[in-house]
Design a protein around this ligand. Structure first.
Ligand code: A3P
Length: 324
């Protein structure tokens, strides 16, 4: 007898076996609906497409990997929960990694009875996250009564450098040679990286934010670093939880910025050691907090590499003042 969830797994496995593939990053990536995926992520994406039902109260945080997901998760959680139960949310934020209190929908893909049970059981308003490209998001996230989507974008050069470090930090046992920067770079420039090409990923969300500004917000890592207080205020307004005058005068915004800052999160005991495990993936918690600066790619890439990625960004993204 074949269980329902086994049948679904077989169906996904069959679809995956028919997809275009490329060897890179020490594995075989698959191209699905125009984007590249590590095999470990793909059945989760398909499961989300088939099963995930957005609620109007949902807040969906979206990013390309290494664009500031962890930061956005902490900020949004802190904003939304600031008046719920101060003690509890504070405790959650100090005792867990942001990836534990804001789940990635394609990673929490439990197909029991063909539903994403863990997510269904979450009380509203849910704060959820995903790396799924806009064009591949399940329909319910884009309906009239759909959720709010917050996208964080980052300079693709810094994302590449961050991604390369993260990959080697998590995937290479000490005895193994790290995946070379040069090889990773070629792949990245071909768009072959997790959820890549990143420029298409960013562009899709940027367009959506222009077309549906009420529902899709487009944030930039660099702007948030430059003016975190203002960014946090804008984010709070977007998720319909603006700060009151009393809160602003009382320093609530600054406090949120502080407890979500790179230094603060990095130095929490809970983020110093151990692994974050979810489904069939595991990552060192400290690998989510590396340097947390703008322009680190200048330190790590050659001028030629920088030029090449800048050209790609120029060619693939609109050249208006408000380009992604
Ligand atoms: P670097 O590798 O450049 O340091 P993601 O959260 O999407 O995986 O992205 C990780 C990147 O965001 C890493 O970049 C990490 O250091 C940085 N980061 C993590 N927490 C941050 C925070 N609170 N503020 C700013 N940057 C942060």
């Amino acid at each position: 007898e074949v269980r329902g969830d086994e049948k679904i797994e077989q169906k996904y496995a069959h679809t995956i076996s028919t997809l275009p593939k490329k060897k890179s990053w020490g594995q075989e990536l698959h191209r699905y609906q125009g984007f590249w995926y590590f095999p470990v992520a793909l059945d989760g994406v398909m499961s989300v497409q088939h099963n995930f039902k957005a609620r109007p109260t949902d807040i969906l945080l979206v990013s390309s990997p290494k664009s500031g997901t962890t930061w956005l998760k902490a900020l949004t959680f802190a904003i939304v929960n600031r008046n719920v139960d101060d003690h509890t949310s504070n405790q959650v934020m100090h005792s867990s990694n942001p990836h534990e209190y804001v789940p990635h929908i394609e990673v929490v893909h439990l197909y029991t009875n063909n539903t994403i049970t863990g997510l269904d059981a979450m009380p509203s308003p849910r704060i959820l996250a995903t790396h799924i490209p806009y064009s591949s998001l399940p329909k319910s996230t884009k309906d009239e009564s759909g959720c709010r989507i917050v996208y964080i974008s980052r300079d693709i050069k810094d994302v590449f450098v961050s991604d390369w470090h993260f990959f080697n930090n998590n995937n290479q046992p000490d005895s193994k040679e790290p995946f070379s920067l040069e090889e990773a770079f070629e792949s990245y420039c071909d768009g072959v990286s997790a959820y890549g090409p990143i420029w298409d990923h960013q562009l899709e969300y940027w367009k959506a934010s222009i077309e549906r500004p009420q529902d899709v917000m487009f944030l930039r890592y660099e702007e948030m670093m430059e003016d975190p207080v203002n960014s946090v205020k804008r984010l709070a307004e977007f998720v319909a939880q603006p700060f009151s005058v009393e809160e602003e005068e009382g320093g609530v915004v600054e406090e949120i910025v502080k407890v979500c800052s790179f230094e603060y999160l990095k130095n929490l005991e809970v983020n110093k050691e151990g692994e974050f495990r979810c489904s069939n993936m595991k990552f060192k918690k400290q690998s989510f907090f590396r340097r947390g600066v703008v322009g680190d790619s200048r330190r790590c890439l050659t001028p030629e590499m920088i030029e090449r990625l800048d050209k790609i960004a120029e060619m693939t993204m609109p050249s208006s003042g408000s380009n992604p």
